[in-house]
Write a protein that binds this ligand. Structure first.
Ligand code: ADE
Length: 244
């Protein structure tokens, strides 16, 4: 069930492991993301220096007394637009310290996030993620600074922060050394375009509901076969589009 290019992918990841991944997330409300990175697997990944996540408050780059970050849209219309100056100052400052592989803008009109994109991003060393708010950012930011726009689904969030946390989590958990069981990311849903098979734990019998016998057999070839069949059936039933 390994993706075809998996060993090459892993080799590149291991080279990157020695460098560690660095993610800068630029936001008007970084507090919204603090908890997502302060617990469990994300916390461990940072503690073990596999990844460094830097939450940046865009306000630090605003100028003038007002520290203005947004303004009315030229041409009128409801909603404020995030101004180019503070974003440009922030990105230029970051770029003076590191070379970035991607400068990503979280936006509902970006490419739809999937596992393949997460695998690709997990091979990168330095990335910036810009979170939008209000009506979005001045288009010139997208034209001149952003290298990639990513959406986490066809719905509109009130800001890009939760989307940035989703993207970062999905990427960071793929970095070698992050998951306890090195192989567990391999059996995730979508890793080979199949949904994951059902899983069970003790008790083997709950009321009259039994765990499938094959899983208790200790016969690993039969278990692998059963899991693969279950994955196929589940994908056929729930997400036939993935099999095309
Ligand atoms: N910002 C607002 N909605 C979003 C979405 N669906 N994906 C990414 N960023 C967003």
């Amino acid at each position: 069930m390994l993706p075809k290019c998996y060993s090459l992918h892993r080799a590149i990841q291991i080279i990157h492991l020695s460098l560690g991944m660095h993610i800068d997330i630029i936001s008007l409300v970084p507090e919204l993301m603090q908890s997502a990175f302060a617990h469990s697997i994300m916390k461990r990944a940072q503690a073990s220096k596999v990844v460094e996540v830097n939450l940046i408050h865009l306000r630090e780059y605003a100028s003038g007394k007002q520290k203005q970050l947004d303004d009315y849209a030229f041409g009128g219309g409801a909603g404020m637009v995030m101004m180019i100056e503070p974003i440009a100052a922030c990105i230029n400052d970051l770029k003076s310290k590191r070379n970035y592989d991607e400068i990503i803008y979280m936006s509902p009109d970006g490419e739809l996030l999937n596992q393949k994109m997460c695998n690709q991003l997990s091979l990168m060393t330095n990335i910036i993620i810009l979170c939008g708010h209000y009506k979005g950012v001045d288009e010139r930011v997208r034209e001149h600074f952003i290298t990639r726009e990513i959406s986490i689904g066809d719905y509109v969030l009130s800001g890009g922060e939760l989307a940035a946390a989703v993207l970062s989590d999905a990427v960071i958990r793929l970095l070698p050394g992050v998951l306890n069981d090195e192989t567990s990311a391999l059996s995730d849903s979508f890793q080979d375009n199949l949904l994951a098979p059902p899983v069970y734990t003790r008790p083997a019998m709950y009321q009259e509901w039994a765990v499938p016998e094959v899983l208790l057999s200790g016969h690993s070839a039969n278990i692998d076969k059963w899991r693969h069949e279950q994955s196929l059936q589940r994908t056929q039933k729930r997400r036939p589009d993935l099999l095309k």
